[in-house]
Design a protein around this ligand. Structure first.
Ligand code: NDP
Length: 445
């Protein structure tokens, strides 16, 4: 790492102790930014990096609610409004027991660059809670969401901060959150949340967008080697929103998707994942992958273990951060991996990224490859602002154009900075320069 940046990085890490994921995200971005500061000393003079690493606002709050047995439960809520240089804070809410400030900050920091890469006018933010929706009844989830919004509402708004879904937050949760926001404010402010239901202000393609976008980005990478998804053997991690839609899109492009996972284990289905059955089990019944394997002849279920043991030519990690380490990366490379597109945020450890880059694997980092979700959220905001709703075809076309554009921006930035094919460098520099220019223009704030 550039010595000037290393000194700034060390100060940032010392100011934010115990936030391992935030440290990792900062280090990964800083490693790419040396050459930019050679060309733009004004960024150093204006302390752009120091400012970027300090969120504009961090909100932490108590979320009290009552479970079905009448017991009082207390969770912790977060919203980190990281950077508004390009537009209102934008980024999802995650409900998962692992959520703490360090995770929200890593996600919010990544979101700044991701949102910049989309070319849409959106800043970066993220939030969530350590609430675990798994095993909770609909009524419990509703009471939790209502309590969460009873504090959050005062911090958000269509011109201020626009949350969406992430792990553990899908259409059901966005519905309860929106209902409570409307009730408290007495405003039908559609643009305050994205990922809404299609009949009440949502956008077609938003549910599919992150997974579809990841596959479109990966397809663009494959094209640079004269390949495509046609005939590829694909392994996907996760079986939530991003994973399911990545599987569907990869299959539509002619790939065989032979494995996917959840936090309990993974399923191998050599005939190709049955997407209708997977949707039934995971989206309708909120069941487990084990149930999929029991109902699908020929599929096998492996309790625990790593889905990255299954050989593949294309890998799409779509579960969570740091789910793919250096050893798993080495196994994938040995087994003939050609390309990897990150549907999740920071699923590959820094060791894993190094293994992929050294082996010449096409590696699409999450902040570029999974930006289709937030980009389509921005399209949802556009439709809300103009009181319009677009067709599936039109919206998907916009998403495709955006993903092809992000790929082009990353590839051409990597070329410009003398490291062709390095999408990590291209994404980090491409996103950073746009935000840094806007921050310079807006003065010391
Ligand atoms: P979902 O909650 O719909 O699905 C998450 C999936 O990942 C589930 O299969 C879950 O398994 C698995 N998972 C979650 N945590 C862990 C863990 N600690 N270990 C192993 N598996 C785990 O979330 P999404 O699909 O929305 O999000 C997946 C990833 O994509 C996240 O990194 C998110 O930040 C990222 N992302 C999401 C976007 C979106 O639009 N939703 C946009 C951009 C990025 P189980 O069912 O067992 O919990």
């Amino acid at each position: 790492m550039d010595a000037r940046l290393e000194a700034i990085r060390d100060t940032v890490l010392a100011r934010n102790p115990g936030e391992a994921e935030f440290h990792q995200a900062i280090t990964e971005v800083f490693e790419s930014l040396g050459p930019v500061h050679d060309r733009h000393p004004e960024f150093l003079e204006a302390a752009i990096l120091e400012r970027l690493c300090e969120p504009e606002r961090q909100i932490i709050f108590r979320v009290p609610w009552t479970d079905d047995a009448g017991r009082v439960q207390i969770n912790r809520g977060f919203r980190v409004e990281f950077n508004s240089a390009l537009g209102p804070y934008k980024g999802g809410l995650r409900f998962h027991p692992s959520v703490y400030l360090g995770i929200v900050k890593f996600l919010g920091f990544e979101q700044i660059f991701k949102n910049a890469l989309t070319g849409m006018p959106i800043g970066g933010g993220k939030g969530g809670s350590d609430f675990d929706p798994r095993g909770r009844s609909d009524a419990e989830v509703m009471r939790f969401c209502q309590s969460f919004m009873t504090e959050l509402y005062r911090h958000i708004g269509e011109y201020t901060d626009v949350p969406a879904g992430d792990i553990g937050v899908g259409g059901r949760e966005i519905g309860y959150l929106f209902g409570q926001y409307k009730r408290i404010t007495n405003r039908y402010e559609s643009g305050v949340l994205t990922g809404k239901g299609i009949s009440w202000g949502g956008s077609l393609v938003r549910p599919e967008a992150t997974g579809f976008g990841t596959v479109i980005f990966t397809q663009e990478m494959l094209k640079t080697r004269g390949a495509s998804f046609e005939g590829q053997r694909v392994v996907v991690s996760g079986s939530g929103n991003v994973a399911i839609n990545a599987i569907a899109k990869a299959q539509a492009l002619g790939a065989a998707v032979v494995a996917c996972s959840d936090s309990s284990g993974y399923v191998v289905d050599e005939a190709g994942i049955d997407i209708a059955l997977l949707r039934d089990v995971k989206e309708v019944e909120r069941g487990r992958l084990k149930d999929y394997a029991e109902r699908r002849g020929g599929a096998s279920y492996v309790e625990g273990g790593s889905v990255w043991d299954v050989n593949a030519t294309v890998a799409l990690p779509c579960a969570t951060q740091n789910e793919l380490d250096g050893d798993a990366a080495a196994r994938l490379v040995r087994n003939g991996l050609l390309a990897l597109g990150e549907g999740a945020n920071m699923p590959s450890t820094r060791d894993a990224v190094a293994v992929f880059q050294e082996a010449g694997v096409l590696f699409g980092p999450g902040k570029a490859a999974n930006a289709g979700g937030v980009a389509t959220s921005a399209l949802e905001m556009q439709q809300n602002a103009s009181r319009d709703s677009w067709s599936f075809e039109h919206t998907e076309e916009r998403l495709t154009d955006i993903m092809v554009g992000i790929h082009h921006r990353c590839a051409s930035t990597a070329d410009e900075y003398g490291d062709p094919g390095n999408y990590v460098l291209g994404a980090n520099i491409g996103g950073f320069v746009k935000v840094a220019d806007a921050m310079l223009a807006q003065g010391l704030i």
